[in-house]
Design a protein around this ligand. Structure first.
Ligand code: ADP
Length: 309
């Protein structure tokens, strides 16, 4: 840890809207050159945290040092070293890709090469197209390109792939990994655990305004101390069942009428579950087993799923 250079230090950030506290004293550090993910369900406070880090919302308490500058005192300096893509970025629909990039670049003394940027964002054949004719994925890549015209070192992306189809999401993942390869530090928010797993070196899990875990994706899953999850329902009423007593079970979760058993010994747990069900004349349905994932880490820590439904 000690040898890592901390490019962002978040110190006790608090944000209150009226009498509702959306961010409750969040603290974390981001290492230079990593992809850092803020993961959590809708309403967790991810966007509010990100917006404070980029100077769009004023913290009620606490601060952050971003690229060496304090966001509450040196925001102008912060803005020179960061690039920001927000969910709500609205683009001038009638301009072409090339025109809007030149326009944005003209606001800054330092600029990257626009033709190179267009190629890197895989927009080469859309260079002269009007923005309104672009697909969702292309618009999103353009929004990222706009965040990069002044060659920032730290890039903030708010839910960069929400609403995109699977292929467009994957293209965007490649672009984020390319930026990392070029030495940029990337902070992104997401509620997709697969995305967090693929992209992020470390993940901070947020829930109800608090940071509830921070680690590498694989360590977060390892900390569950369960390799597998067994999911099922009972066809009939089952309030009496003592699922904790099933062999091999490390944790029990449930969401409505679906039960999840975490286990470090899948075979033992399955055998024991089926025996218990038949002893008590319960019928198991929708039985599935899977490797434990980040979704399980979240479910275990909060009793809720990242995405409802
Ligand atoms: P996330 O990005 O994790 O979905 P947000 O930071 O957008 O979470 O929101 C956190 C909470 O703060 C939510 O309950 C949201 O409704 C509330 N919130 C966000 N912005 C405002 C605002 N401008 N006024 C009042 N409440 C807000």
């Amino acid at each position: 840890m000690g040898s890592q250079e901390e490019i962002i230090q978040v110190i006790n950030l608090v944000k209150t809207y009226g009498n509702f506290t959306a961010v409750k004293g969040v603290e974390f550090q981001v290492h230079k050159g990593e992809v850092f993910g803020l993961l959590g369900p809708n309403g967790a406070g991810k966007t509010t945290t990100l917006e404070m880090l980029v100077g769009l919302r004023k913290p009620d308490q606490g601060t952050a040092i971003v690229g060496g500058f304090d966001i509450t005192k040196e925001l102008k300096k912060v803005k020179e070293v960061i690039g920001v893509q927000l969910q709500s970025t609205s683009l001038f629909e009638l301009l072409s890709v090339e025109e809007i990039l030149h326009l944005y670049a003209s606001f800054y003394p330092n600029q990257v090469s626009i033709p190179t940027l267009i190629e890197e964002m895989l927009l080469g054949d859309k260079r002269k197209s009007r923005i309104k004719s672009l697909s969702g994925g292309q618009k999103q890549r353009l929004a990222i390109a706009l965040a990069l015209v002044h060659d920032p070192w730290i890039i903030f992306l708010d839910e960069p792939t929400t609403g995109l189809d699977p292929q467009a999401r994957r293209t965007l993942w490649d672009i984020i990994l390319l930026l990392k390869k070029k030495g940029k530090t990337i902070v992104l928010t997401t509620h997709y655990m697969d995305e967090a797993h693929v992209l992020c070196d470390r993940i901070a899990i947020m829930n109800q305004g608090e940071l509830i875990a921070l680690d590498t994706p694989s360590q977060l899953v390892k900390n569950l101390q369960s390799d597998s999850a067994v999911e099922f329902r009972f066809e009939n009423e089952s309030s009496e069942v003592e699922l904790h007593e099933i062999e091999g079970v490390t944790k029990v979760g449930n969401q409505k009428d679906v039960f999840v058993l975490y286990t470090d010994d899948l075979q033992l747990t399955l055998t024991s579950l089926i025996e218990m069900a038949s002893d008590q004349q319960l019928k198991l349905t929708d039985l599935q087993t899977r490797t434990a994932t980040l979704e399980d880490v979240f479910l275990h820590m909060t009793g809720r799923r990242l995405r409802e439904g």
